[in-house]
Design a protein around this ligand. Sequence first.
Ligand code: TYD
Ligand code: MG
Length: 484
Amino acid sequence: MAKSTLSFVCQNCGAAYNRWQGKCESCGEWNTLAEEDTSGSVPVSIRSKRKGRTFALESLAGKSPDAPRLSSGMTELDRVTGGGFVRGSVLLVGGDPGIGKSTLLTQATSLLARAGHRVVYISGEEAVAQVRLRAERLGLSDAPVQLAAETSVEDIVSTLSEGAVPRLIVIDSIQTMWTDTVESAPGTVTQVRASAQALIRFAKKTGAAIILVGHVTKDGQIAGPRVVEHMVDAVMSFEGEGSQQFRILRAVKNRFGPTDEIGVFEMTGLGLREVSNPSELFLSERDLGTPGTAVFAGIEGTRPVLVELQALVAPTSLGTPRRAVVGWDPSRLSMVLAVLEAHCGVKLSGHDVYLNVAGGLRINEPAADLAAAAALVSSLVNAQLPTDAVYFGEISLSGVVRPVAQTPARLKEAAKLGFQRAVLPESARGDAGGDAGLSLNAVNSLTTLVAEIAARGSRRGESGAPAEKMPHRQDSAVERVRWR
Ligand code: TYD
Ligand code: MG
């Protein structure tokens, strides 16, 4: 006989314990354990003691009869999925509530349905009337999407097994689904896992592509079913600052495509608009003429993206100065600050440091080091950087500016947007190509750049006009920089 299978399952990470405890040792969350009956988590068909059947083994070189990918008709979405939805694949789309997941998927399904594909949208959260209302607002009411408000996985699977196999099925959201095979309440880890398993099995069996919508917890994880992330073929996260209209779709995991591409959208009164040139969008509200801002020429996937980094360096009133960063890696900021202190004589231990990537973009590239350092020093010495310059380059712990990939693409994008100069690693000058049309300022070490910016600050002071605005507090830092 099977052992008793009542266990306490962490609703955050899915770890199971024999007895209740306050803290989950696996993920460190408090009060997340709930009693669940996990006996049925293996479907009855798998638990039965049937004899194994034999199956044919195939070769890697075989051809599938149909086009393996289904293009959504939205370029930005296709860019992130790697060229369209793959047959029989399951994709998890996560994001904060209200970020626009349902809007994005309503738009994508409508386009596919208009192109003549069988597309099904199952809403477990909203009534059919609410989904219709959204479609009406988006001007998509005429699209022949098949719609239902259902939450039982068994009912969904039997309904969808009839008729032609749908090309795409959207399940909005996986946390509202439940299956008879397990006894826990909907939304618990066991239920979510079992429901996802049943849907994944359906996708693999029929070749339909399935998109699961997943909620995100406050710390950015897809709630509860972190376990689902391992089961699906691709995980996308839909991000954005609540107050901004930009939305970024990012692949976190993708078995059939790249994971570094982003899709950029703008939330408008008429739904999501694709943004094919994100640089223009991110630079559209530049604060020209303010010290502490530098334009970074970055690469997201295969596409160059120009974005403004904003820094504020101010004297601290706290024992431990504050370091706050939005849109960039905090440990990368600490490293740049440490290099500035150790090699360039810039003392920041008495200053609070804030760094922000404008427009709600999140940068992962080390190439942003140079732009961040430029913005920080510019704010510290209160000297504005040239508004027609872009910056890129990785900074090593020894203060050397190291080359980064795709220099020509970065320069080309900068030239396209009207920039005149680029500050880049010395060793990248060779790859720059002669045709970019930018004047190149190649820097070998961070000290050179810091000295140049500090010189701008002091020239500004000598020329008279803004001298009284230059706070005296910064003089010591400027002096130190100038005399190194
Ligand atoms: P929704 O897609 O329901 O978010 P999610 O499914 O991720 O929870 O989007 C809701 C938000 O989008 C809501 O705050 C209103 C806004 N919105 C628009 O600004 N314009 C629109 O055309 C639509 C449909 C929604
Ligand atoms: Mg929704």
